[in-house]
Design a protein around this ligand. Structure first.
Ligand SMILES: Cc1cc2nc3c(=O)[nH]c(=O)nc-3n(C[C@H](O)[C@H](O)[C@H](O)COP(=O)(O)OP(=O)(O)OC[C@H]3O[C@@H](n4cnc5c(N)ncnc54)[C@H](O)[C@@H]3O)c2cc1C
Length: 339
């Protein structure tokens, strides 16, 4: 019988992030599919009672808590010690955790500490004859595999955007405190700073991915390029819609070609075969042609729309749900006004 541990950290307010609640849905569905498995919740944070109460109705037979002021923020040594203690206390055979910078960093080491194994970037959980299986993508998201493992505990980091966030009534949960022998620390966490100077443009939790393509920097109908205006329109939209900013390769490479560029755009924003494969419920591509090496990075964007002057661009070839054949400058300016 599998003993499934749902393992997560609390956020700054002591609650659970969207990705945490999504992983909980995955854990609940897996337990139901396995049949005779048990579910335990394991929470890490400064104070975990609020988070435990929020998921009181999730069906976990017990809630284990590793609570300490030192566990308020991400630090490898303390997070890894707490996670290993919870896995051992739960005698977990399968550990399901949300993928995010904090747990991605420590759980591979934790799997090693507890003699188990780990799979990251899991995109589905399933049961096959009472044994858990996971789905993962390979070769830049071109091939999908479903696999199981014998080794236990098996730690699984579930990608965000795969499951709907768990929704259930809050209640009052009895948290079993797990003693964690925290190591002496040298690292003091003083706060968080955005990776890019000025504008924070990459927002993995945003509902919308806004992609800017090279068209924003090209000569427009009046024969001139309008990069400063493009920058202002894009920045205005990102702020108003709280969208995440993606880019085509051509646009991020313009700086290397000595062209005028959008100042807050870097290679970190590039989506596609040689860029990232973000996960957002919706995507809007503007001034981007929609060529295959770019669109392959849209694999996990559920609803896709594009704005392009060219009715025969790549998005029209079955790659977008809706293509608006229009001038993106005009469309986005109007959209900003409406927002
Ligand atoms: C090995 C390899 C790997 C690659 N990896 C990636 C990758 O990871 N990511 C990636 O993006 N690309 C990648 N590419 C490049 C890819 O093939 C395309 O060259 C690139 O995506 C084109 O970028 P774009 O659509 O922004 O630019 P363009 O092809 O120049 O398209 C600009 C578009 O803007 C439109 N436009 C212009 N003005 C307006 C306006 N006012 N309103 C509306 N539309 C307008 C035009 O009609 C045009 O369709 C790769 C290529 C190779 C060979």
């Amino acid at each position: 019988m599998e003993k499934v541990l749902y393992l997560t950290t609390t956020d700054d307010e002591g609650g659970l992030s969207r990705a945490s609640l999504e992983a909980l849905t995955g854990a609940c569905e897996l337990v139901a599919a396995l049949g005779d498995a048990t579910l335990t919740a394991g929470l890490i944070g400064a104070d975990v009672q609020g988070a435990a109460d929020a998921i009181a109705a999730c069906g976990a037979d017990k809630v284990l808590g590793a609570a300490d002021a030192e566990l308020a923020t991400s630090r490898y040594s303390t997070d890894a010690t707490a996670a290993a203690a919870l896995i051992q206390a739960a005698e977990a055979t399968v550990v399901i955790a949300p993928s995010g910078s904090r747990l991605n960093r420590c759980l591979p080491g934790v799997a090693q500490r507890v003699g188990g194994c780990i799979d990251t970037e899991v995109t589905a959980l399933a049961a096959d004859g009472g044994a858990p299986q996971v789905q993962r993508w390979y070769y830049r998201q071109r091939m999908v595999a479903r696999l199981g493992r014998e080794q236990r505990p098996w730690v699984l980091l579930v990608s965000p955007g795969v499951y709907p966030g768990w929704e259930g009534a809050a209640g009052s949960a009895a948290v079993e405190a797990v003693a964690v022998d925290l190591p002496a620390t040298r690292t003091q966490v003083e706060g968080l700073e955005a990776a890019t100077a000025g504008t924070q443009t990459i927002r993995p939790e945003a509902d919308l991915l806004f992609v800017a393509g090279a068209g924003w920097g090209k000569k427009q109908q009046d024969g001139a390029a309008h990069v400063a205006e493009a920058e202002q329109i894009i920045k205005g939209f990102l702020d108003k819609a709280s969208a995440s900013l993606g880019s085509s390769k051509s646009l991020v490479e313009q700086s290397g070609e000595g062209q005028e560029v959008i100042s807050f755009m870097s290679h970190m924003n590039q989506v596609g075969q040689t860029g990232s494969t973000p996960r957002h419920p919706k995507g809007l591509a503007t001034c981007c042609h929609g060529e295959e090496p770019h669109v392959v990075g849209w694999r996990f964007i559920n609803e896709r729309r594009a704005v392009n002057l060219d009715a025969n661009c790549g998005w029209a070839q079955g790659k977008a749900d809706v293509l608006y054949v229009a001038d993106a400058f005009e469309v986005m300016e109007e959209l900003n006004k409406l927002l």
